[in-house]
Design a protein around this ligand. Structure first.
Ligand code: NAG
Ligand code: NAG
Length: 298
């Protein structure tokens, strides 16, 4: 896999920590504004093509880190087979994820419970709010300086809802490609980590399904799983039977906070990136640059 050529970043685990406590805090408070009141960025210099190859609609969302603007209202619908272009300032920092099973009113408010996974207060446009975990997170740090380049990774530190790939539009940047998953984590998810919801509406198609899989840290909140307290070093926090389940399904992603085997794309200088949910239906290691460019834009 191309992403394995990325040099491991020793600061990577340390960098995960603020994020980890932040999302846990977000879970406790049910919502947190991830950024201050900054007006929408249009005409930025980096473009993300957010593509949906899942056989169902997804509602991708993004939340900026503090001091960075909200992109594209923070959330939108992408029907199966479609993609949406999202422009970002060349120095943007934040995250992308996808919401599933959403039910919004015509004005973008909550109908019923909002989304089954990744929900942000039941709103279509998250407007800077982070989603409710568990949801697969694409963590992005753009750099204007091309000699530094941009970096990004995919994190299951709080858990998983969908597979995602991130691919650079520069053909010479294979090390900037992060592959999807080899297996559907929701199918492999042990009962104690499962998020089960009724899908298919209220009619005869309704069924209980595993829609997401919590990380052990999110499910149990123990220092040993969350790499906190006595476990706050890479040596002390070496993963668990649970993180190995995530790793087995999605080798390129962070499976726990101090995962040193994850693919971090760094020094990436492309102007365009393709973020594809369900890159190969349920993953697979095939790189799918076509996914975004080939899909009809909405
Ligand atoms: C979006 O968030 C900003 C900053 O918190 C706030 O001023 C604005 O009213 C929000 N917009 C909507 C539509 O909620
Ligand atoms: C969406 O929410 C409305 C209002 O709660 C409910 O009547 C409807 O059945 C929901 N639709 C689906 C597909 O869940």
């Amino acid at each position: 896999m191309a992403a394995e050529h990325c040099s491991p970043r020793t600061s990577g685990a340390r960098r995960r920590h603020p994020f980890l406590s932040f999302t846990l805090m977000a879970a406790l408070l049910s919502f947190v504004c991830a950024g201050p009141a900054v007006v929408l960025a249009e005409g930025g210099t980096i473009v993300f093509h957010v593509a949906n190859r899942c056989p169902f609609p997804v509602w991708p969302a993004s939340a900026p880190n503090t001091g960075h603007p909200v992109l594209a209202g923070g959330g939108f619908l992408v029907p199966p087979g479609k993609s949406r272009r999202v422009a970002a300032p060349a120095t943007w920092n934040g995250r992308f994820w996808a919401r599933t099973g959403c039910n919004f009113t015509s004005n973008g408010g909550a109908a019923g419970a909002g989304c089954l996974t990744g929900d942000c207060e039941g709103r279509l446009a998250c407007n800077g709010s982070v989603g409710t975990p568990p949801a697969t997170l694409v963590e992005v740090s753009l750099h204007e300086d091309p000699t530094k380049g941009s970096s990004y990774d995919v994190s299951l530190v709080d858990g998983y809802n969908l597979p995602v790939s991130v691919v650079s539009s520069k053909s010479d940047e294979g090390r900037c490609d992060i592959a999807g998953c080899a297996k559907d984590v929701n199918a492999a998810c042990p009962p104690e980590l499962q998020v089960v919801a009724t899908t298919g509406g209220g009619g005869s198609k309704a069924k209980a399904e595993v829609v997401a899989c919590k990380s052990a840290c999110l499910a149990f909140g123990l220092d040993a799983f969350c790499c906190r307290g006595a476990y706050a070093t890479p040596d002390a926090c070496r993963g668990s039977v649970y993180s190995r389940m995530f790793k087995d399904a999605c080798p390129a992603y962070y499976s726990y906070a101090y995962d040193t085997t994850a693919a971090t794309a760094s020094g990436c200088a492309a102007q365009e990136y393709v973020i594809t949910f369900c890159p190969n239906r349920w993953g697979g290691d095939q790189q799918q640059l076509d996914a975004g460019h080939g899909a009809a834009q909405i």
